[in-house]
Design a protein around this ligand. Structure first.
Ligand SMILES: Cc1ncc(COP(=O)(O)O)c(C=O)c1O
Length: 355
């Protein structure tokens, strides 16, 4: 462990965000980061395999999203997002002044076929499209292969950046792998891939990575300097050591089978308590599923009553910049045992009755 963690000639092996002198030669810092090396070796055997010049270690997935917005979004730029989408993703885009256009999704993910009409109505092409292709937050759905191809085609036609945010792709517990934008794009500079250890190792580490065109990575390094200089080094070393010891693959196998068990338990509880009142998604991976009630149910009110009743969830409106999905909510199946899930869902059903 010592020799691996403390190899190299100086702290040049520890960083993740700039260029520096080493042995008299200017080197790309990401390539001499301990974590970047371990990550490259790990990814080599996966569909996410990449190269050192394309990789930048970040302070979690959020920093990857922030960097994407910082680099590509100017005030007033049109950015398409899925509706519903990850709250902090759209919040980041808004913070950089994006003009957000919500596009519908169904059980095959973003309805890419609808984009040309939406763009026509908007009167301009989008600067970026923000997508969560696998087990989307909040719905748990995955985008079909056909739509991934179509989205790449449209992005190339419009010169639009695809912000490919995929924290959950390694947590597939059912169905077949669907190649990601990173794979399908063949290194296309329009594909900006944001990844994180948060969902596969520990969110508190605040360690993730970006995979992007090397010319873009060079700019990211500068942009990251003004944010945090470099990603927390002890935490990078923890993640690196975990990878070096071969810990990630067995850990992922355990997570997948446990999350599948928990997801199925939630389906059973929902069937038991909500078969008449709601419809919900059936994810093949990730953390979340999405429950939709009739139009008359306001899940923000349900939340206010639910918390004192000992059950919490995220109301649907949180996932839309225009406040849609007031009759839906997000449930997390990954965090609770089947017993606690049954308790929570039965409390939710009681709360709904009182509403
Ligand atoms: C879709 C999506 N992107 C990004 C993130 C942020 O990841 P991190 O905690 O690594 O910043 C999350 C976390 O919930 C997420 O669900």
């Amino acid at each position: 462990m010592r020799s691996k963690l403390f190899h190299g000639n100086s702290n040049s092996s520890l960083g993740g965000g700039d260029s520096r002198e080493s042995h008299g030669k200017r080197t790309h810092r990401a390539t001499d980061s301990v974590l970047a090396d371990e990550l490259l070796a790990y990814l080599e055997a996966t569909p996410e395999r990449t190269t050192a010049e394309r990789l930048l270690i970040t302070s979690g997935g959020m920093q990857g999203l922030d960097l994407a917005a910082k680099l590509f979004v100017d005030p007033g730029d049109l950015v398409i997002v899925e509706a519903p989408t990850y709250t902090n993703g759209s919040a980041t885009l808004l913070a950089y002044g994006a003009d957000i256009l919500e596009a519908p999704i169904d059980d095959q993910g973003l309805i890419v076929e609808a984009l040309p009409d939406l763009v026509h109505q908007a009167g301009r092409v989008p600067k970026a499209i923000y997508v969560i292709p696998n087990f989307q937050n909040p719905t748990g759905t995955a985008m079909s292969l056909e739509r991934r191809h179509l989205l790449l085609d449209l992005a190339r036609k419009w010169g639009t950046i695809i912000i490919d945010d995929d924290p959950y792709g390694m947590l597939r517990f059912g169905g077949d792998h669907i190649p990601g934008f990173r794979e399908l794009g063949g290194g296309d500079s329009l594909v900006f891939s944001v990844r994180t250890f948060s969902k596969i190792l520990a969110p508190g580490l605040r360690v993730g990575w970006v995979d992007a065109d090397p010319a873009i990575v060079a700019k990211l390094i500068d942009a990251k300097q003004t944010m945090d200089t470099c990603t927390n080094v002890p935490n990078q070393l923890l993640a690196a050591e975990f990878l070096r010891r071969g810990g990630l693959e067995p850990h992922l196998r355990r997570l997948r089978s446990e999350y599948q068990r928990r997801m199925m338990a939630m389906q059973t509880s929902l069937e038991r308590h909500f078969s008449e009142q709601a419809a919900w998604t059936n994810p093949q991976g990730g953390f979340f599923l999405w429950l939709t009630f009739g139009e008359h149910v306001d899940t923000s009110k349900l939340f206010d009553l639910g918390v004192p009743n000992g059950v919490a969830f995220i109301p649907g409106r949180a996932f839309s910049v225009t406040g849609r999905f007031g009759n839906a909510l997000r449930l997390c199946f990954a965090s609770q045992t089947p017993e606690r899930t049954e308790l929570g869902i039965s409390r939710l059903a009681d709360t709904l009755r009182s509403l």
